[in-house]
Design a protein. Structure first.
Length: 95
């Protein structure tokens, strides 16, 4: 068995634990922290950087590298917020 699936499973588990842990916070704060968590995963840790870059290049060949990089950064932030929003947290409640 390749080490990649194990690493991916561990990344996912850590991300979900953090996202679900944010549920105890007020909604607005939790979503901002989720966005920061997503930014950290993509920008600082560089998770799947090569795959994201390759997929964006395939999807948007007419766009330059700076545009694709900005889309990748925004996508990681969005992923972090959505992980918190979809982590079983009742939205529209406290916040």
């Amino acid at each position: 068995m390749s080490r990649k699936p194990v690493r991916h499973a561990l990344e996912y588990a850590a991300f979900r634990v953090l996202a679900v842990g944010l549920r105890v916070l007020p909604e607005g704060l939790a979503l901002r922290l989720g966005g920061t968590l997503g930014w950290f995963a993509g920008r600082v840790l560089g998770l799947r950087r090569a795959a994201v870059a390759a997929n964006l290049k395939l999807a948007f060949p007419e766009r330059d590298a700076a545009w694709r990089s900005a889309v990748a950064r925004a996508s990681w932030v969005h992923l972090g917020r959505e992980a918190v929003a979809g982590g079983g947290r009742p939205m529209g409640g406290r916040g």
